[in-house]
Design a protein around this ligand. Structure first.
Ligand SMILES: Cc1cc2nc3c(=O)[nH]c(=O)nc-3n(C[C@H](O)[C@H](O)[C@H](O)COP(=O)(O)OP(=O)(O)OC[C@H]3O[C@@H](n4cnc5c(N)ncnc54)[C@H](O)[C@@H]3O)c2cc1C
Length: 389
């Protein structure tokens, strides 16, 4: 049995199309990218040329006008077929932020180019080295001078910044001592990388345990035109939160794809590998962890669907988006562990792809938000328990 999508395959044509592209980019492709520390340029171009990265852009701007769930299906398929949606996932959730909070001029200026694949919108600069998960304490400052913002500060883990034409950047525009709450006075700027790199923005790659093409960014009097402010000045944290909910749903979908990858691979191997005169899958020590992973994955998939449906309906979905990310990333990690154990020593051989996906699944419990911070959200915001920070 092939572990495919529960509740039937939604967006079956899209899934089929993405699978066909994934077939052209088999495991060797992803392994070689790691070897060379390369970005999945050709893969992303192919997805983009086929219109998949424009799935959520409204038709009037050249896209297909599909809901977030369509983006989820695309990313889930990429991960289920051995790739990593991290190469292109940011476009899925940042598009939403631009659509919901950007002005008409910004949409006209950028969305058609993004839909055509001419503008890559892949970087999201939020995390900073000295403040981490405590986002509202971030220190990158943008001061308005005439028709420009002057940006100074530092970001870390800004993935794909060197492969993006456009980046969303969260900055403090009003000093923290002049606002009532730390969530106020933050703003979102669109940074055109061609006007930034070498002109106030420098980048340094971070060598990481997965091929995630991530960077440290340094801002030294970078000038950003005031017209690149998204929405209202000082309201950026609110906009980022809606972006974060979709980011969590999208990240959960990738983890759901990882679950399918690991479970399919482990089940197939457990049936064919014979030791002690029988298939290893006959042993309950091998079978039960995989059966449990299957149940965990299905539960996570239901939560992802619930979160995406609420998001699309414009209803509050922080609880479901966070729970989807928690359940899916943990299900994927458990499936990664079970798959590794099932493969025994062969799991260590890179050609089996278990160890690469295993490393990726581990990171998904930390980024884009760590398990503890989700639990704190549920404890404090859902259960009404005392705040720990
Ligand atoms: C591969 C990768 C790609 C990334 N890409 C991006 C990107 O594109 N853009 C971007 O902005 N960021 C990105 N990130 C950053 C990511 O969002 C953060 O790493 C993540 O949010 C955790 O923040 P931190 O690393 O600063 O951990 P910290 O905030 O330092 O936390 C460290 C540990 O302490 C725990 N902890 C902290 N405070 C509490 C508390 N109050 N209660 C309980 N536990 C607590 C955390 O859960 C965590 O386990 C990326 C990270 C990685 C690894």
């Amino acid at each position: 049995m092939n572990v495919s999508v529960p509740l039937g395959e939604d967006y079956p044509e899209i899934r089929e199309g993405v699978r066909a592209i994934c077939k052209k980019f088999p495991s060797e492709y992803w392994r070689k990218l790691e070897d060379n520390d390369d970005y999945a340029e050709e893969f992303v171009k192919e997805l983009s040329d086929a219109g998949y990265l424009a799935a959520q852009i409204p038709e009037e701007y050249g896209g297909s006008g599909l809901p977030l769930r369509a983006g989820c299906a695309i990313l889930e398929e990429i991960n289920a077929n051995g790739g990593h949606g991290g190469a292109c996932h940011a476009q899925m959730y940042m598009m939403g932020m631009l659509l919901r909070h950007g002005n008409e001029a910004q949409k006209q200026k950028y969305l058609p180019g993004i839909a055509e694949g001419k503008i890559r919108f892949q970087a999201f600069g939020v995390t900073e080295p000295t403040t981490g998960s405590d986002t509202t304490r971030l220190k990158t400052r943008a001061e308005r001078r005439g028709d420009k913002y002057i940006v100074n500060g530092q970001k870390i883990w800004t993935s794909r910044a060197h492969k993006s034409d456009l980046m969303t950047l969260l900055v403090r525009t009003t000093p923290v001592d002049q606002v009532k709450k730390r969530t106020e006075g933050l703003s979102v700027l669109l940074v055109e990388m061609k006007d930034a790199v070498g002109k106030g923005l420098t980048m340094q790659r971070i060598d990481t345990m997965i091929n995630h093409q991530t960077n440290e960014l340094f801002f030294d009097n970078l000038e950003v035109p005031v017209e690149n402010l998204i929405g209202e000045e000082g309201q950026g944290f609110r906009y980022i939160l809606t972006g974060m909910n979709s980011e969590r749903i999208v990240a959960a979908s990738q983890s759901s794809g990882d679950c399918r990858f690991f479970i399919n691979k482990a089940v197939a191997y457990s049936k064919e590998r014979e030791v002690f005169g029988r298939p290893i899958g006959q042993n309950q020590g091998i079978q039960f962890p995989l059966a449990r992973c299957y149940a965990e994955w299905k539960a996570a998939d239901l939560m992802i669907r619930a979160a995406a449906a609420l998001f699309e309906a414009g209803k509050p979905c922080g609880e479901e988006a966070n729970m989807a990310k928690l359940l899916a990333s943990e299900a994927a990690w458990h499936a990664a562990e079970a798959c590794m154990q099932t493969h025994g020593g062969f799991a260590a051989a890179r050609e089996f792809d278990v160890e690469r996906k295993w490393r990726e699944a581990r990171i998904s419990t930390i980024a884009p938000i760590s398990t503890n911070l989700i639990l704190a959200y549920i404890g404090q915001n859902v259960l009404g328990m005392p705040r720990s920070y």
